[in-house]
Design a protein around this ligand. Sequence first.
Ligand SMILES: [Zn+2]
Ligand SMILES: [Zn+2]
Ligand SMILES: [Zn+2]
Ligand SMILES: [Zn+2]
Length: 193
Amino acid sequence: MPYCPQCHTEYQPDAKECVDCRIPLVEGKPEFCPRCNEFVSEDDTFCDHCGLLQPEIPADETPECENHPDVDAVGGCVICGKPVCDECAREQHGRIFCESDDHLNLHQGFVVAYTTSTDYEAQMIKANLEGAGIDTVIFNQHDHVYFTNMGMLALVKVMVKRSQLEDALEIIDALLADDELSGDEDENEGDTA
Ligand SMILES: [Zn+2]
Ligand SMILES: [Zn+2]
Ligand SMILES: [Zn+2]
Ligand SMILES: [Zn+2]
């Protein structure tokens, strides 16, 4: 059954467009994370929201823990995407983190303002945000072998302090509006989770 990639409503087989969102439907059925119930897209290895390894990933494609190359990962750090095994994973508020204290702490104070697949764009946005006095950090999945080895689309997340998110979004919107940098159709309004 086709479904809407935005609101995840399922439609009859002959439907072409979501009546609410007015966007084309995609084939298949929406998948939701068994742990947090958030929508996960078909190519996600880990749930974007809680980091859980998705159950439909075939065993031979399961990433190994980055610290223990012999052990399968159970999830990926929600901040940096690093694959971690049962022993290395740290869980807080139902989300998986790697062993870095920074990432755990960051998650409490920082939120994702923008997600992109290019380092360049992330750096450009960071420079602009910092120029406006907004604390900005970048997390780059390119740093993790798994994503590179699998030829997967690695994401670069631009994160800002929760209290500065609105200002940051305004600046990013303005930047994207008058710059050619959003050359692809990858529209991402940031993670609201
Ligand atoms: Zn819809
Ligand atoms: Zn989840
Ligand atoms: Zn991490
Ligand atoms: Zn491990």
